[in-house]
Design a protein around this ligand. Structure first.
Ligand SMILES: [Zn+2]
Length: 406
């Protein structure tokens, strides 16, 4: 049992119009969903490793079999990451911009800091962390002052103004209010827990797991914010928003490279498991989401047994099948999704539920829990079925580390 309690309210699954292929006839289904009020970072790590994802306090697990645009969990191993030529160019271009226009000044001194490479080549070796941090607090009178800081997720008018501008200009969604921003990008169920560094980490690394905002400031002005979760096994990207006037500098791609670097820096500071970047869902059918596959080596989670499979092999399957099962190719499906409606409630033998508990605490007695099958709520079909969907998609082991609200 995790030391931090996790308390969730199960919901019945739902379906919604697909937002990826923009066809209002197509539907994407969820297998399960819940509202999390309190969640340990290790429980959430295990959830995303089973295909879940959070949006604010709300957590959901897409049903890939029933969806026109299946959403596969993707992750990148930051310790093995090799920046492509265009990714290196992108970082160098940003650094040139910060150091002094597009003249290329500073390229040799600060951007590709020479290191004796392992190979025989005389070319300076590209070191991602060095290249990423070169533009911060640069010396020698740079054209711009660029600063990146990490802080626990919180509301500020400045961040909200950036969110509003980003939604309006980039997503053509005007009229966002501060409640939208708070619900979607500030609220989190994740409880801050200390990161087990073996010794004092570099000053820019945070001390705790949890939900963060990474603030990008240019000459003091907030120009971008990355919303990330820092978990026992990964940095998980939630959202990234930027000022439209910097569109040409590809801040979105730069942020992914910065987050890869961050994961590697945790690993190198002595937290060996924390070495992945999770970029959310990889959606093969959606052109706009394909960029997530441009970082190598990436892996997709199998939709049935949640083992990890190298992206290039997965892409070959996704070329052939709408629903691709990488661990059991014989389960893959072609053609449009069956119009089956929402999956019927799962059947789980009661004996497997003996350690699954309802939280029925009160102010006087906050610790009260009761086995679900011994509870009066178990007799109510609606609440029983809602719970069973969630238990089925968390798996029995993980369900034992969660307390359910009836
Ligand atoms: Zn679709």
């Amino acid at each position: 049992m995790a030391t931090v309690q996790t308390i969730v309210e199960p919901f019945r699954p739902y379906n919604s119009t697909c937002g990826y292929c923009k066809s209002n006839r197509n539907t994407n289904f969820q297998s399960a969903s819940l509202q999390a009020y309190h969640m340990s970072c290790s429980v959430y790590q295990r959830m995303i490793d089973r295909g879940w994802r959070r949006s604010g306090l709300f957590c959901y697990k897409p049903d890939l079999k029933r969806s026109c645009c299946p959403q596969y969990t993707i992750r990148l191993d930051a310790t093995e990451f090799e920046a492509s030529k265009s990714q290196r160019k992108l970082i160098n271009r940003w650094n040139r911009f910060v150091f002094g226009g597009d003249s290329g000044a500073g390229e040799d001194t600060a951007i590709s800091r020479p290191r004796k490479g392992k190979g025989s080549s005389n070319e300076p070796q590209f070191v991602l962390e060095d290249a990423i941090h070169a533009s911060e607090n640069a010396l020698n009178d740079p054209a711009h002052v660029f600063e990146v800081t990490l802080e626990p997720s919180s509301y500020s008018d400045e961040k909200f103004a950036l969110f509003q501008s980003y939604e309006k200009h980039i997503h053509k969604n005007p009229g966002k209010i501060s409640e939208d921003f708070k619900r979607f990008l500030v609220e989190t169920p994740l409880q801050r827990e200390p990161i087990p560094y073996p010794s004092t980490p570099p000053a820019h690394l945070p001390s705790h797991y949890g939900s963060y905002h990474q603030l990008y400031r240019l000459d003091g002005r907030l120009v971008a914010v990355g919303v990330i979760d820092i978990l026992p096994g990964c940095v998980s990207s939630v959202y990234f928003m930027w000022e439209k006037e910097y569109e040409k500098l590809s801040l979105g791609k730069l942020s992914a490279l910065r987050e890869i670097s961050l994961a590697k820096e945790f690993h190198d500071a002595g937290v060996p498991q924390l070495k992945h970047l999770y970029m959310g869902y990889y959606i093969y059918t959606c052109q706009k989401m394909k960029y997530k596959g441009e970082y190598s080596p990436s892996f997709l989670a199998d939709p049935e047994d949640f083992t990890w499979h190298p992206l290039p092999a997965c892409q070959r399957e996704l070329d052939r099948f709408r629903y691709a099962c990488f661990a059991h190719p014989e389960h893959s499906l072609e053609g449009p999704p069956p119009s089956l409606g929402i999956e019927p409630p799962p059947k789980i033998p009661e004996k497997n539920l003996s350690h699954v508990r309802y939280f029925i605490g009160t102010r006087e007695d906050p610790s009260r829990v009761v086995p679900v099958t011994k509870s009066k709520y178990w007799k109510n079909q609606m609440s029983r079925e809602g719970l069973l969907y969630v238990v089925e998609h968390l798996g029995v082991d993980l369900s034992q580390d969660v307390l359910f609200l009836p």
